[in-house]
Structures are given as structure tokens and as C-alpha cells.
Design a protein around this ligand. Structure first.
Ligand code: AMP
Length: 143
């Protein structure tokens, strides 16, 4: 199983936010879509950064609700870890664990084609294990 398979099942939608928007707008997008991170864009290249709910929580702890008036660019992580459609799910799990990140944008030839969350990765792994279990059961019972 690789990222391309995962995206074929999950879809290629990526919710983005402009780097110059206030954090308040990003928080509203996170709430509205029920997601944990946004890819940040600024018109230069496929992405300018990533903003996760953790960045917002940190800023709230530091500055209180004044943080909501800051720009997305001020809170985002600019050095983004990405993967490719051919990246395997076990390799992605290792990256997420080692880098302590729960979201990885997918680039294909430098184009943004999806975003994989740790929830997607866990689901893909559980589906894989369930398929293997059924195949083994069929094998031992001669079906
Ligand atoms: P997360 O665990 O994904 O909610 O994010 C935890 C921290 O890592 C936040 O500061 C994010 O901005 C940052 N982060 C999340 N995803 C990535 C990524 N793919 N590359 C670099 N940093 C990230």
C-alpha cells in the first residue's frame, strides 16, 4: 500500500489558507471542515507552509486571543515535510513518528495533490491488516 492508493480512496481535496489571512480565519476553516491542519499558500510554489491546531494552541497560550489577529504566516511551519504518491505507508508512519507530525502534504512533480493525516494512515493500516486476516482465514479453511 502506498500514498497513491490511500488518496484514491480518500480523495485529493486539500484545504488551503492564504499566508496573509488572520489566524481567526484559519481557526474558522479548521472548525468548519472538522480538520486539524491547513496547507498555507502564498502564490509562490505549491505551498508556503503548514498550520496545525497545535500552532494555534501554542499561540493562544503565549498571547491569549490577540493571537487570532496575527497572520497565518507568523504561526505556520515554513519548512514542510512532504511525501510523494509512491511513498509507502510504513515509510510515512516512520516519518510521522520520528518528526512528531500528524499531517503530510503530497507532492507529485512539484504539484500539491493531497494531504495525508495520521488518521488516514492508521485507517489504511487497519484495512490492510483486516484484508490479510481474511485472506489467511480463507487459506486455512480452504475457501
Ligand atoms: P501536527 O502534529 O501535524 O498537528 O503538527 C505539529 C507541529 O508540526 C506543528 O507545529 C505543525 O506546524 C508542524 N507540522 C505539521 N505537519 C508538518 C509537516 N508536514 N512538515 C513540517 N511541519 C509540520
Amino acid at each position: 500500500m502506498d500514498v497513491a492508493h490511500l488518496l484514491a480512496a480518500k480523495g485529493h481535496d486539500v484545504t488551503t489558507v492564504s499566508a496573509e489571512r488572520p489566524v481567526r480565519d484559519a481557526v474558522e476553516l479548521l472548525r468548519e471542515r472538522g480538520i486539524g491542519a491547513l496547507v498555507v499558500v502564498d502564490g509562490r510554489g505549491p505551498l508556503a507552509g503548514i498550520l496545525s491546531e497545535r500552532d494555534v494552541v501554542r499561540a493562544l497560550a503565549r498571547s491569549g486571543t490577540d493571537a487570532l489577529e496575527e497572520r497565518v504566516r507568523d504561526l505556520m511551519t515554513a519548512d514542510v515535510v512532504t511525501c510523494e504518491p509512491g511513498t509507502t505507508i510504513p515509510a510515512l508512519m516512520t516519518t510521522m513518528t520520528e518528526r512528531r507530525i500528524r499531517h503530510v502534504p503530497v507532492l507529485d512533480d512539484g504539484r500539491l495533490v493531497g494531504l495525508v493525516s495520521i488518521g488516514d494512515v492508521v485507517k489504511a493500516r487497519v484495512d490492510d491488516l483486516e484484508r490479510e486476516r481474511r485472506e489467511l482465514l480463507d487459506y486455512v479453511s480452504g475457501r
